[in-house]
Design a protein around this ligand. Structure first.
Ligand code: GLN
Length: 255
């Protein structure tokens, strides 16, 4: 199989090393002997969702979100169909906000979202900044258990910097609960969203290098969708696990 990854708006949405998520997915596939192709698509460029295994949308400032929203809306119907068909999507921060109903900026202006996910975002007066540790919700933990990874990690670590506060409606699920940090809104303890194979999160850093199990979860969902029945081969992952555990320990020790 060839793994087709699309990086949407890499020139506009790529905060805090978000591109590292693409590198991680690519490398983890290649280390297992799986061919990969990365398509970088920006404003006005053609994009075929039917030919895609993983879609990545990074984070950006309000300004960039404003610039690209018109272009994104033109792709709305096709993207919705692909999501309903199980396309694996990872959307970070600004990209995550755009999947929801709307993002209301600090000046009161609303940037419309794609409206696929039952969530909305409103800018607060205080930015939510710092390291975050998250305990994955049960279903994700259970899915992770089926992966033959070097070690089971039930947590995510990362860094957040957003003024938007995201609230989830009843039709979607959170990725997990924060052990430290603000997550979606700093109030209800939730972090991120999951709907089908779509994941939205506030975690930058980038997210995937220090969370190898989450990277493998995305890869395995993409493989399953393409009809592969074999499990992903385990990787050594000592360094990745050390990075994860060191950061987790540090985050929780300042708590
Ligand atoms: N504009 C958003 C906010 O500040 C997104 C920021 C980001 O992607 N880091 O809430």
């Amino acid at each position: 199989m060839k793994l087709n990854i699309c990086h949407l708006y890499p020139d506009l949405l790529d905060l805090y090393g978000d591109r590292g998520n693409i590198i991680t997915l690519t490398k983890r596939a290649q280390w297992r002997g799986i061919d990969t192709a990365v398509q970088r698509v920006s404003l006005g460029e053609p994009l075929d969702f039917a030919d895609m295994d993983i879609l990545f949308i990074g984070g950006g400032s309000d300004r960039e979100q404003n610039i690209l929203v018109e272009d994104l809306m033109k792709r709305k119907q096709e993207l919705r169909a692909a999501i309903e068909d199980g396309l694996v999507v990872l959307a970070i921060c600004g990209g995550y906000q755009l999947l929801g109903q709307y993002y209301q900026m600090g000046n009161g202006k609303k940037i419309p979202g794609l409206g696929f996910l039952d969530l909305w975002t409103e800018a607060g007066t205080k930015r939510l900044i710092g390291n975050v540790a998250v305990r994955l919700e049960k279903e994700l933990q259970a899915q992770g258990e089926q992966l033959e990874t070097a070690k089971r990690l039930n947590t995510l670590v990362g860094f957040e910097n957003h003024s938007g506060k995201t609230y989830l409606g009843a039709a979607v699920q959170e990725i997990g609960q924060v052990l430290h940090g603000n997550g979606n809104n700093g109030k209800d303890g939730s972090e991120g969203v999951r709907y089908k194979n779509v994941f939205g999160t506030y975690l930058h850093g980038p997210l995937l290098p220090k969370n190898p199990n989450f990277a493998d979860l995305l890869l395995s969902l993409a493989f399953k969708r393409s009809g592969q029945t074999e499990n992903l081969a385990p990787l050594e992952d000592q360094l990745e696990i050390l990075a994860h555990e060191t950061m987790l320990e540090r985050i929780l020790s300042v708590h």
